[in-house]
Design a protein around this ligand. Structure first.
Ligand SMILES: O=P(O)(O)OC[C@H]1O[C@H](O[C@H]2O[C@H](CO)[C@@H](O)[C@H](O)[C@H]2O)[C@H](O)[C@@H](O)[C@@H]1O
Length: 284
């Protein structure tokens, strides 16, 4: 059977990083966002599931690289469930860094370690329904209860998701500030969460922990920019890093795609890339 071709990165740094990954895969870390990268975007966040090819592709790749990690805004346990990541023999070293790094799930222990609930989040959860009514939230605006570490307000299912999103940006920023929280904007979602950790901090710490010799990071949204920045900084220090954007729709943020070394067509493209890497590494 013919090998799938690995798409060529468009930047020099990306080409170097891909070469480094392929030259020494056992030193490479593959880190991927969940929603929009491993899982197709769907209207109802509770219905999001990993692309059917995601776990098979990761299981092909994982035994040949230093580590595979999922870095997500989701609570770690939710990403594990929606991803189907638990109890997969070849993924026994998988790590899921959830809540933008405030939580961690390790496949070998199947335990989640969390920074614990934040009082500001608890207060906002209670206040939010009335707050949205008073601030003219569009019909269809939906609150995602993410436990004690974040609460998310989604506008995708309103009649005009962009207008509904913009109308809530300012009011939610004020509400967040009153409770010592920050607003993390995403694809038709505004999340209120504690500051102090982001995907960049989480990824950099994990790469140090495993002694990465190179990294591939794939993401699709604004929350991934911190991880991109961390990889760029590590590149300056000599660690080869390949920045992949899962994109291809009008809502893919330009801030992200313009910084990527390689843009692929959504989760389908991410899975094809992982499969092509596995083919190249294993020679299969
Ligand atoms: O860091 P991620 O893994 O990308 O998670 C970010 C947020 O993703 C989810 O929302 C997004 O996906 C939904 C399902 O496809 C979609 O309906 C929504 O419009 C997107 O913003 C999730 O609901 C959030 O909790 C995550 O933090």
């Amino acid at each position: 059977m013919a090998h799938a071709e690995i798409p060529t990165p468009t930047t020099g740094e990306g080409k170097e990083a891909l070469a480094a990954l392929l030259a020494e895969p056992r030193r490479a870390v593959v880190a991927l966002d969940f929603d929009g990268t491993l899982a197709p975007i769907v209207p109802d966040p509770e219905q999001a599931r990993a692309h059917p090819g995601a776990v098979p592709a990761l299981t092909r790749l994982a035994p040949h690289v230093a580590a595979v990690a999922v870095v997500t805004g989701r609570p770690a346990g939710v990403a594990v469930r929606y991803g189907g990541f638990a109890g997969v023999p070849e993924l026994e070293h998988l790590v899921v860094l959830g809540h933008y790094g405030a939580e961690r799930w390790d496949a070998h222990s199947a335990q989640v370690h969390s920074a614990g609930a934040h009082p500001g989040v608890e207060a906002v959860r209670a206040e939010l329904p009335g707050f949205l009514d008073r601030n003219g939230a569009w019909r269809g605006t939906w609150i995602e209860d993410k436990g004690g570490r974040a609460v998310a307000v989604h506008t995708r299912r309103t009649e005009d998701p962009d207008a509904a999103f913009e109308a809530l940006r300012g009011p939610l920023a004020e509400l967040a500030a009153q409770h010592d929280l920050m607003v993390e904007p995403g694809r038709y979602v505004l999340e209120l969460r504690p500051p102090g950790v982001d995907k960049g901090v989480a990824l950099a710490a994990y790469l140090r922990e495993v002694g990465a010799g190179s990294v591939l990071y794939g993401g699709d949204d604004l929350g991934d920019l911190a991880a991109y920045a961390a990889v760029r900084e590590l590149r300056e220090g000599g660690l080869p890093g390949l920045l992949v954007a899962s994109a291809g729709t009008a809502e893919s943020p330009h801030e992200l795609t313009s910084q990527a070394d390689l843009v692929v067509a959504g989760p389908e493209g991410v899975v094809a890339l992982l499969d092509a890497l596995a083919d190249a590494i294993t020679g299969s």
